[in-house]
Design a protein around this ligand. Structure first.
Ligand SMILES: Nc1ncnc2c1ncn2[C@@H]1O[C@H](COP(=O)(O)OP(=O)(O)OP(=O)(O)O)[C@@H](O)[C@H]1O
Length: 286
């Protein structure tokens, strides 16, 4: 075993050099990951492919010592930086805004809270209206599990949730009233008139029909929260995780929806988020 130094020095491994190297890799990984997430599905994907191709040609030209090609690509690269900034100015701006809204800046939590409270308010407006007039409704709110399979069965809307729109959708004898409204993670109405899977649970009271069965069905296969307004009684029911919360009062469903949908104030805040939030707030207050 001669030649292999057997002393294992932790100080060497944890030296500033290696730590900075790890930090370097992590930062680049973070930036590349967010860049990929940001440009996925946009026209910038084509551009990214073009850039990768140019860099590949540049590397090959460098290895083969093709001086003119190398020079030409270098010129293109240095000028295209300016071009890219001009062409993609809106995307870059959006990207920076997106960065500012990352969870490390506690502000996001506050705006999410306000947005969720407003969302519940709009739901409440429609539930109250429909319940009083016995307009049947079925509203599924996506949580962690994707609902693409069910969204596909509906009629696409991609609209902001407002009480008025929800009411309009469920007005009887209109083209969208049959089936379920699905609200996505961004609190937008993805589709109306969607088909949900029916539950065959024997726990569902016999008096309830297919609307309630569909609400239980989707709650058995996903973690979505579904609200049903009964056409027969005007009763409001919520289903989640196979459970049926029957005939809830306004107070009860508002309490439930608030507990489930509104992020708790700074509940899961990490120590560094707390520091950033305090500094951020201190800066904003000045
Ligand atoms: N699989 C399904 N997916 C989505 N919506 C459904 C599904 N099955 C039924 N519905 C909706 O439920 C309506 C029928 O409701 P039905 O009267 O059978 O149910 P219910 O549970 O008794 O509700 P209500 O108390 O409102 O009468 C349909 O018109 C349709 O809008």
């Amino acid at each position: 075993m001669e030649g292999i130094p057997m002393h294992f020095n932790i100080a060497n491994i944890l030296s500033w050099r290696s730590l900075s190297l790890i930090l370097d890799v992590l930062i680049i990984w973070f930036l590349v990951y967010h860049l990929v997430v940001l440009i996925r599905g946009t026209k910038a994907v084509q551009l990214a492919k073009g850039i990768v191709l140019i860099f590949a040609v540049r590397i090959i030209a460098g290895i083969l010592q093709l001086h003119t090609t190398t020079w030409l690509i270098d010129q293109i690269v240095s000028w295209s930086v300016v071009g890219i900034i001009i062409i993609f100015q809106p995307e870059i701006r959006r990207g920076l805004e997106h960065l500012g809204r990352l969870p490390i800046f506690g502000e996001r939590e506050d705006s999410q809270r306000d947005e969720s409270l407003k969302f519940i308010d709009e739901l409440d407006k429609s539930i109250q209206y429909m319940s009083k007039r016995r307009i049947g409704a079925l509203i599924t709110i996506q949580q962690e599990t994707g609902l693409d399979d069910y969204i596909e069965t509906g009629i696409k809307l991609n609209a902001h949730v407002t009480g008025e729109l929800l009411i309009n959708i469920f007005i009887p004898n209109t083209p969208l009233h049959d089936g379920a409204v699905i609200i996505d993670k961004d609190h937008k109405i993805a589709v109306a008139a969607a088909y949900l899977p029916l539950s065959d649970s024997s726990m569902i009271p016999k008096r309830l029909g297919t609307r309630h069965r569909a609400a239980v069905g989707i709650s058995e296969v996903t973690d979505a929260i579904t609200i049903v307004v009964s056409e027969e009684t005007g009763g409001v029911t919520i289903t989640r995780n196979g459970r049926l919360l029957l005939d809830m009062t306004r107070e009860e469903y508002l309490k439930y929806l608030t507990a489930q949908l509104v992020p708790k104030q700074h509940k899961n805040e990490k120590w560094y988020q707390k520091i950033v939030r305090k500094i951020w707030k201190w800066g904003a207050d000045r």
